[in-house]
Design a protein around this ligand. Structure first.
Ligand code: FAD
Length: 469
């Protein structure tokens, strides 16, 4: 019997394990997960902290017992793999009963990504959080619950007073204006915290178009989030607990700080086994997700993949890629070699009452480096037919290559429910297939008055950009 060993029991790891076992029931599948949770939806954690999702168990799609009993997978939670020996074709894991050595025929490294903690004084003070794991989510929810139990009105000396909101909790700081920072700003503001969001660069959501970033920034301000753009946080000051965020110009008293300063691939275990990293710093893998070591695969947030537009290695640590690539590895190991496809850098985010999505290449420097001559256009268009009730608008940014007309990327933003995210799916198809904006402008998209104008906003944007080209 052949043995498939998986390191890491979340999206990529459990997708691979489940698919391999389903396709080849004779395969011995062993999964090592260092934590207690498997197959959990980290993406739902901001909504758990917000209070829209009641328990951490609600975020689990398949329980450890179901994996063991229904899927016949030898899942070992509480086991951290500390060494891979590719010559011996074995891994060593540390678990509650000491060290175990497990032989493999095929091995998948699916160790994910870790939150980046900035190198500034004070990040280890109490009250400074990251949001990477289920236990981080629980800690943050506990903080929210504790603060609400002892509101400032009842205990005026319990912490710094809010700066401008009345009857609020906090103030609290979010460092980082990426999607986790923004989702957490919403979660905290929903719980009546006065939220101050610090962003090093000039705009939030910097991977999206400028128009999207500006629309979201304006909306955050409308929702009483205090935005500090182009602001470097120098220190998280205080005693045992964090008491203030220090920037070049300011010292803002706060009760709590959430660091949303990005993630980096967890590659240490792979590197020490001789697995090569690629130019992005994540694990390099071929289109079957196989690394430089034979029968050793890497998938999910720890690995890079080919970008569908630039054709170069790219690192986009998001959930669907982890699921897709994990599933493909499972299929390959079960005897049906499968490629998981490339990445387009597609992402979506909800920011209070707005939604935004992006795909492909929008950054002109990245496009030029890949040999394109980028041109970008942005339009605002109505989200419904003019005569239909509703005031919604969709802002669409498209970027194309001037000589060929090829669509390189797109970014959309609208009020929540007005379809920016669902419209982006057509752009993902166009970007992935390498179609031109002229071809996109002729896409036979669905139309009915409640959903769009006859020419959907993305078709209008394509026509405008075609004219510009
Ligand atoms: P992970 O989910 O990180 O799992 C890796 C697992 O490996 C972990 O359970 C870890 O404990 C285990 N592990 C690591 N090292 C070892 C070892 N040596 N031995 C044993 N086990 C080990 N993506 C989206 O697409 N959309 C979203 O809206 C979105 N929102 C997110 C919100 C938050 C707050 C977070 C944190 C992430 C979000 N993501 C989102 C990203 C998404 O969760 C990840 O892309 C996805 O979980 C990656 O899956 P993975 O299996 O590669 O890695």
């Amino acid at each position: 019997m052949s043995t498939f060993v998986v390191v890491g029991g979340d999206a990529a790891g459990m997708s691979a394990a489940s698919k391999a076992k389903r396709d080849d029931p004779d395969l011995d599948v062993v999964v090592f997960e260092k934590g207690e949770w498997v197959s959990y939806g980290a993406c739902g954690l901001p909504y758990y902290v917000k209070g829209e999702i009641q328990t951490l168990d609600d975020l689990v799609s398949v329980t450890p017992e179901e994996f063991r009993e229904d899927r016949d997978i030898d899942l070992r939670t509480g086991h951290e793999v500390v060494e891979i020996d590719p010559d011996d074709r074995s891994v060593t894991a540390e678990g509650p009963d000491g060290e175990v050595v497990q032989a493999y025929d095929h091995l998948l490294i699916a160790t994910g990504a870790a939150a980046v903690v900035p190198d500034i004084p004070g990040v280890d003070r109490e009250g400074v959080f990251t949001l990477e794991s289920m236990s981080d989510g629980r800690d943050l929810r506990d903080f929210v619950a504790r603060s609400r139990e002892s509101s400032p009105a009842e205990q005026p000396d319990s912490g710094p007073a809010c700066h401008f909101l009345e009857n609020c909790e906090g103030p609290v700081a979010v460092v980082g204006g990426g999607y986790i920072g923004i989702e957490m700003a919403e979660a905290l503001a929903h719980n009546d915290f006065e939220v101050h969001l610090f962003q090093r660069g000039e705009r939030v959501l910097k991977g999206f178009s400028e128009a999207t970033s500006e629309a979201v920034a304006e909306h955050l301000r409308d929702e009483d989030v205090v935005l500090y753009l182009d602001t470097e946080v120098r220190e998280l000051a205080g005693g045992d607990r964090v008491e203030a965020v220090v920037t070049d110009d300011d010292r803002l008293p706060v009760e709590m700080v959430l660091l949303g300063t990005g993630v980096r691939p967890r590659t240490g275990l792979a590197e020490s086994a001789g697995v090569d990293l690629g130019p992005t710093g994540a694990i390099a893998a071929d289109r079957y997700r196989e690394t430089n070591l034979p029968d050793v695969y890497a998938a999910g947030d720890c690995a890079e993949a080919r970008h569908v537009v630039t054709g170069t290695p790219s690192w986009v640590p998001l959930a669907l890629t982890a699921n897709r690539h994990g599933r493909a590895v499972g299929q390959t190991v079960a005897g049906n070699p499968s490629v998981g496809g490339g990445v387009a850098g597609t992402a979506a985010v909800k920011a209070f009452q707005m939604e935004a999505a992006r795909t492909g290449v929008l950054d002109h420097d990245v496009a030029r480096e890949a040999g394109f001559e980028p041109v970008t256009e942005t339009i605002d268009a109505k989200a419904q037919a003019g005569y239909y009730p509703g005031e919604g608008t969709v802002t669409v940014t498209l970027c194309a290559d001037r000589p060929t007309g090829r669509l390189l990327g797109g970014s959309l933003v609208s009020e929540f429910g007005e379809g920016a995210v669902h419209r982006s799916h057509a752009l993902v198809g166009a970007v992935t297939e390498g179609v031109t904006v002229a071809e996109l402008a002729n896409y036979d998209l669905a139309y009915a008055p409640p959903f769009n104008t006859t020419w959907d906003p993305i078709l209008t944007a394509a026509k405008v950009l075609e004219g510009e080209l």
